[in-house]
Write a protein that binds this ligand. Structure first.
Ligand code: FAD
Length: 290
């Protein structure tokens, strides 16, 4: 029997917790996520290097705990070129070979240093100068808020790929047609690299809504309706979230996409349930009957 999982490839994004206890808890979560057979994990990095040590620690922990490849996110704003170059060399020496290369966002009022890398395309070129990293970059189906136009945004994505990135991972977009139109526009613009949709399984709807406003991801009315009144109903919320993300993946698979990057927010439950619907069958721990 063949199923939807046969040629699917998934990855799970994590963020570095602030405390030792959080990192220990994350260890248990990645062990569970690993059962879904992800291609790799990735660990985010605070813009300006705010999570530098914690990101490195979590990358090591996930590698040791799962034996799977781990991509290290790296942002370049807020540091000088010399600092970033030293850091890249350090990552290469440590055996890190997968990087998600990002510009990042500076806090309001701060400026990129005169001698800093100004955008992710420059960071990709800097990584390439040090070694043959496997590099992913960010793409924006709803257009990055700072882009002068949708075409300029695509030109910039192309620059990042031409400088040596292997694939683009998209910002999440809840309207699946928006993702499909973006992939079509990218192909029409001559972008041939894999475009991997970022899938956001909703955990906390209220905070996701606030976050989405900041990063230019729109929240469709139907989503607001579905999650309305569920702030204090985590079980129902998780079921609805699973349905929404599973339906999005199903439509993307129907359109021929086979790679997905899950923004897990360090919470494995919904991502694992979605994997089940895709035909991936990770072990799910026993639950109390409802
Ligand atoms: P860039 O692609 O360099 O620039 C963003 C946009 O600005 C471009 O899309 C383009 O429209 C415009 N632009 C920039 N430079 C030029 C230029 N020279 N000419 C024309 N237009 C230009 N943030 C973190 O802090 N840590 C993370 O770990 C992290 N991980 C992420 C992972 C993914 C998959 C995604 C999608 C985002 C992530 N982000 C992360 C958020 C990201 O840092 C922000 O979206 C940031 O605003 C832009 O970063 P970028 O790498 O897309 O920048």
């Amino acid at each position: 029997m063949t199923g939807p999982s046969d040629n699917l490839s998934i990855s799970f994004e994590l963020f570095p917790p602030k405390t030792d206890a959080g990192i220990t808890r994350l260890g248990d979560s990645v062990a569970r996520l690993s059962a879904a057979n992800p291609e790799y994990f990735s660990v985010t990095y605070g813009a300006g290097g705010t999570t530098r040590d914690r990101t490195a620690r979590v990358v090591d922990m996930v590698r040791n705990r799962t034996g799977r490849p781990v991509a290290h996110h790296l942002t370049c704003v807020g540091a000088t070129r010399a600092e970033i170059d030293r850091q890249i060399e350090g990552l290469w020496e440590k055996g890190i070979r997968q990087i998600v290369a990002l510009r990042g966002d500076l806090p309001d009022g701060e400026r990129v240093p005169e001698d800093g890398y100004r955008d992710a395309s420059e960071l990709v070129a800097a990584l390439r100068r040090v070694g043959d990293f496997d590099i992913s970059v960010a793409a924006y189906p709803e257009v990055h808020p700072e882009a002068s136009s949708a075409d300029a945004d695509l030109d910039h994505l192309k620059r990042k790929l031409d400088n040596g990135a292997a694939r683009a991972i998209t910002q999440y977009a809840f309207d699946t047609d928006t993702i499909l139109r973006f992939v079509d526009r990218a192909r029409a613009a001559g972008i041939e690299a894999p475009i991997v949709p970022g899938i956001m399984p909703v955990a906390n709807f209220a905070s996701l809504k606030r976050f989405s406003e900041g990063c230019g991801a729109s929240m469709p009315d139907w989503m607001c309706q579905m999650f309305d009144g569920l702030d204090d109903a985590p079980e129902t919320r998780a079921m609805v979230a699973t349905g929404v993300a599973a339906e999005q993946c199903r439509r993307l698979i129907e359109a021929g996409l086979t790679e997905f990057h899950f923004y897990t927010l360090n919470q494995p439950k919904v991502s694992l349930a979605v994997c089940r619907t895709l035909g991936l069958t990770p072990d799910i721990p026993a639950e109390n009957a409802a």
